[in-house]
Design a protein around this ligand. Structure first.
Ligand SMILES: *Cc1c(COP(=O)(O)O)cnc(C)c1O
Length: 427
C-alpha cells in the first residue's frame, strides 16, 4: 500500500512543479480565451474525487456493472438540476425535455447527434468554420465532413451576421436532414426561432450547439433554444463554468435515440467524476450569483468591445451581444498570430482567429478572438476591461518591443493580484 500513498509532490515532483507553474500562469495573466474559464474549487474537488474510479456503463438504474448505489444518485442529481436550471431559463417545464450528461466533451456530444439521426452520406448544414462555426458542424477535416455531405452556410459580406436568407435558400436546395445553429466565434445573438422555421420548411432536425453560450443561456443573458430546437448540445467547461464535459438536451421523443447514440453507440463508461462536477456547476448556476455573473460577462464584453472600437480597432459586426468579440487587425498591419504571441508575452492571453472572408490562411489569419468569461469569474469589471483595451492597443502598436511587453506583463500581474482566481491555490 505504501507505494500508492505519497502525495503528488512527493511521488512526482516534476508534474507537481508543472501544475504549480500553470497555477501561477493562470493567476498572473489575463485569461481572455473565449472558451476558457475558472471552475470553482467545489467543481474541482468533485472532479478530482474517487468517482473517477467507478465503471458505470449504462444509465441510472440500468447499468452493466454492480456497485452503482452512489453513482446513480450523482447522475440523477446532475440531470434533475440541469432540468430545473435550463427549464427555468427557457420558460418550459423541467420534465418537458430529456437530458444526457455522459458525453465526454462537446465534440462527442455533437457526434451523438449525427449517430442518432443520420446515415453516412446524409446532408448536414452548419455555419462554416471561417465564419465562426465549429469543426463538428461538417467541416471538411472533421469526420462530420467526411462521412456526411456538408453544405456550409456563411455570414453576410456587408455586416458579418449570419445570413438567414442564404440558410433558407441552401436548405431548400439541399434538403439537409440535420441543421446546426450555434457557433464558436460569433459575437451576436442566435435567432433560434428563425432556424426552427427553416428546419420545419425542409423537414430537418434542428440542433443548437450552445457550447460557448450555455452559461449565458441558463444565466438569462442569451435566449434559450430549449423547447425550440429538437436537440441542444453543449460543453460544460466554457461559460457554464463546470468541469470538462458535454451534455445534451432533447425533446422527449428523441430521448431513446440520443441515449443509445451516446452509449453504447459512441462511448463506454461515463466519466462519473465529471458528472459530479457538472452537478456542482448546475447547483452553482442555480444561485442568484450566477445570473449576476452571466450578465456581467456580457456587460464586460460590451465595454471591452467599445473601448477597442474607440482605439481604432475593427471589431467584426461592430460589437458584441455575448461573451466574445473578433478583432480584424488588417487596418493595424499586424497579423493575428504576431499580435497573439506578443500579447501572450505581455500576459494578455487570447487566440489568433480567422475573420469572415479572411484573405489570410487559418494558421496565420487576420484576427484575434477574445472573451470575458474567465476575467468576469475573477470579479473584474469596467476598469479592468478598459485596462485590457489599453494593453492590447499598446502591444499591437509595437509587438516586437520586448521591453514594452515586459512592462505590460508587470502591469497585468499587478491588476491580477487584486483578483483571486476561483479554484486556484498557489503553493
Ligand atoms: C468548444 C466547442 C465544441 C467542442 O467542444 P470540445 O469540448 O472542445 O470537444 C463544440 N461546438 C462548439 C460550438 C464549440 O465552441
Amino acid at each position: 500500500m505504501a507505494f500508492l500513498d505519497p502525495s503528488l509532490a512527493e511521488r512526482d515532483p516534476e508534474i507537481a512543479r508543472l501544475i504549480s507553474e500553470e497555477n501561477k500562469r493562470e493567476l498572473e495573466s489575463m485569461r481572455l480565451i473565449a472558451s476558457e474559464n475558472y471552475a470553482s474549487r467545489a467543481v474541482m474537488d468533485a472532479t478530482g474525487s474517487c468517482l473517477g474510479n467507478k465503471y458505470s456503463e449504462g444509465y441510472p438504474r440500468k447499468r452493466y456493472y454492480e456497485g452503482q448505489a452512489v453513482i446513480d444518485q450523482v447522475e440523477e442529481l446532475a440531470i434533475a438540476r440541469l432540468k430545473q436550471l435550463f427549464g427555468g431559463a427557457s420558460g418550459v417545464a423541467p420534465d418537458s425535455f430529456h437530458v444526457n450528461v455522459q458525453p465526454y466533451s462537446g465534440s462527442p456530444a455533437n457526434l451523438a447527434v449525427y449517430f442518432a439521426f443520420l446515415q453516412p452520406g446524409d446532408v448536414v448544414m452548419g455555419l462554416g468554420l471561417p465564419a465562426g462555426g465549429h469543426l463538428t458542424h461538417g467541416h471538411t477535416v472533421s469526420i462530420t465532413g467526411k462521412y456526411f455531405k456538408s453544405v456550409p452556410y456563411g455570414v453576410r459580406r456587408e455586416d458579418h451576421r449570419i445570413d438567414l436568407d442564404e440558410v433558407r435558400k441552401l436548405a431548400k436546395e439541399h434538403r439537409p436532414k440535420l441543421l446546426w445553429c450555434g457557433t464558436t466565434a460569433y459575437p451576436r445573438t442566435i435567432d433560434f426561432a428563425a432556424f426552427r422555421s427553416i428546419a420545419d420548411e425542409v423537414g430537418a432536425i434542428l440542433a443548437a450547439d450552445i457550447a460557448h453560450i450555455s452559461g449565458l443561456v441558463c444565466g438569462g443573458a442569451h435566449p434559450s433554444p430549449i423547447g425550440v430546437a429538437d436537440v441542444v448540445t453543449s460543453t460544460t467547461h466554457k461559460t457554464f463554468r463546470g468541469p470538462r464535459g458535454g451534455m445534451i438536451f432533447c425533446k422527449k421523443e428523441h430521448a431513446a435515440a440520443i441515449d443509445k447514440a451516446v452509449f453504447p453507440g459512441l462511448q463506454g463508461g461515463p466519466h462519473n467524476h465529471a458528472t459530479a462536477g457538472i452537478a456542482v456547476a448546475a447547483h452553482e448556476a442555480l444561485q442568484p450569483e450566477f445570473k449576476a455573473y452571466a450578465r456581467a460577462v456580457v456587460d464586460n464584453a460590451k465595454v471591452l468591445a467599445q473601448a477597442l472600437v474607440e482605439r481604432g480597432f475593427t471589431v467584426t459586426t461592430g460589437g458584441t451581444d455575448n461573451h466574445l468579440m473578433l478583432l480584424d487587425l488588417t487596418n493595424k498591419g499586424v497579423p493575428g498570430k504576431v499580435a497573439a504571441q506578443a500579447l501572450d508575452k505581455a500576459g494578455v492571453v487570447l487566440n489568433y482567429n480567422s475573420v469572415p472572408f479572411d484573405p489570410r490562411k487559418p494558421f496565420d489569419p487576420s484576427g484575434l478572438r477574445l472573451g470575458t468569461p474567465a476575467v468576469t469569474s475573477r470579479g473584474m469589471g469596467k476598469a479592468e476591461m478598459l485596462a485590457i483595451a489599453g494593453w492590447i492597443d499598446r502591444v499591437v502598436a509595437a509587438p516586437a518591443d520586448a521591453a514594452l511587453l515586459e512592462t505590460i506583463a508587470g502591469e497585468v500581474r499587478e491588476v491580477c493580484a487584486k483578483f483571486p482566481a476561483p479554484g486556484i491555490r498557489v503553493g
